[in-house]
Design a protein around this ligand. Sequence first.
Ligand code: SF4
Length: 451
Amino acid sequence: MAKLPISASELVKGFGPTKQYSPQEGFYGRSEPDKLVKTHCCFCGMQCGIQLKVKENKVVGFEPWMEFPFNEGRLCPKGVQRYLQNNHPDRILNPIQRVEGEGFEPVDWETAMSKTVSEIKRIQNQYGNDAFAMLSGVSLTNEKSYMVGKFARVALKTANLDYNGRLCMVSAGAGNKKAFGLDRTSNNWEDLAHAEVILIAGTNVSETFPTLTHYIWQARDNGAKLIVVDPRVTPIARTADLHLAVRPGTDSALFGAMLQQLVENDWLDHEFIENHTSGFQDAIDAVKDYSLEWAEEVTGIKADLIKQAAQLWGKAKTSFLMHARGIEHHSKGVDNVVSCINLVLATGRIGKPYCGYGTITGQGNGQGGREHGHKCDQLPGNRDITNPEHRKYISTVWGIEEKELPGKGLTAYEIIEAIHRGEIKGLISLCFNPLVSLPNNNFVREALEKL
Ligand code: SF4
């Protein structure tokens, strides 16, 4: 595979004159708009409200949207640049095709589309439908996510479709399903602002979800104590009452030891446990040997700090626990999530004012993406691709026979492994950046070069 030695802007320049914008027009946002369009910042799961200035059907600037309940007009440094995305001169608007040894050249849409179709047909005729795969991403809207799932299963007829949430929110979703039977968040952010204790694990919230930090500061102003679990001294960790610098990969040991402390000191909500949980004794049995000393040795956190964390959490009347990729991006991500949820359930701090739990979604449409069917084991509406009833229903909606609907396919990384083994020969990758997002870059690069 030829390497691409030039930047996107150089690439575009090579295609002919790039439009030059005067300071009064274009994406600099200084011209008067025809209208303001209320929408969301598309960059992260906070989905802050924003009003885009639109002129002649182009985004030329933005105004804060003060009435939007979550961010009340506030935007982070990423959000204030969101309007530049649509008309940026570096944006590639037409198909480009690789010329062996020379980088890329532009091609017209018809050529690009017919080549794509003929290559898909060639590969599938020779190697079978599953030899063509699709990777997708959660910067897509609900509608596009739905279309990707339908396209892969009905048009490509391939089982091998997965998405980039596989690396993060899939663990959170699976942990939530295990604990609550439902993959949904439980609270609005308002509860966070009034919680007595906040525990955040594996999230550099100040830099990655800056507008959410506002709610943590509100809680701090109201006297909340903050516990941060993170191997790194992130900006939010610097402000914490307790920073638990956990050794990477040992999160469950920490949460298990905290649960053991809750049990030992009877900082439990027995009524809640009795009425709203099952298998609580199993959870207690699982952590009975998780002494503070053992946890110190495993996690690298001083026993006294773990005890203080359990005490703060255990004695609080209200609390809020949040986590993100730091505990989810692991081979044991689901266990980490469930061990966090156990702390919430043991103290009965969910489903009450100012008490709750939430996973912080990374990409703009992490939740919508996985509900609309571009996950290898899921059909639209959170339906299970192995469930005969669900399969039948979706087949009817799509106007196909149930037996034509492919089954569960490979997960994102398994797709890369199958490409490396030569079993998958072609790939459409949409809003997924495998070389950046997947582990073991050299292996991924080798695989992609085989396509
Ligand atoms: S916090 Fe997220 S959604 Fe809000 S402005 Fe920043 S990037 Fe956009």
